[in-house]
Write a protein of this length. Structure first.
Length: 117
């Protein structure tokens, strides 16, 4: 199985940018569909973006145009570039991997992103 570890979270001002990274180990990340989710305490986990093995991407309406998902299979890493951050983007962000679209099997521990004005 693959193990995932997020990094890059932190405190940022409204309108700022952050780049999250997800490092995979144990198995080649290239065989997986990668996704990013986030969760606010007390709410359901929210899908943000996914990137398929061939590089096709899909975004939720909440982040389309502001966030960019990418992957570097040679490094076994996935990224989420977040621009024009809003207070509502404050959440814990998780990377995930799976073999089927919409059905991730493996999750990281998450990294906290706090957007403050």
């Amino acid at each position: 199985q693959v193990e995932l570890a997020e990094s890059g979270g932190g405190l940022v001002q409204t309108g700022g940018s952050l780049r999250l990274s997800c490092a995979a180990s144990g198995r080649p990340f290239s065989i997986y569909i990668g996704s990013w989710y986030r969760q606010v305490s007390g709410k359901d986990r929210e899908f943000l973006a996914r990137i398929e093995r061939g590089g096709n991407t899909k975004y939720s309406e909440a982040v389309k145009g502001r966030f960019t998902i990418s992957r570097d299979d040679a490094r076994n890493e996935m990224y989420l570039q977040m621009d024009n951050l809003e207070n509502e983007d404050t959440a814990r962000y998780y990377c995930a991997a799976g073999m089927l679209v919409g059905a991730p099997n493996y999750w990281g521990q998450g990294t906290q992103v706090t957007v403050s004005s």
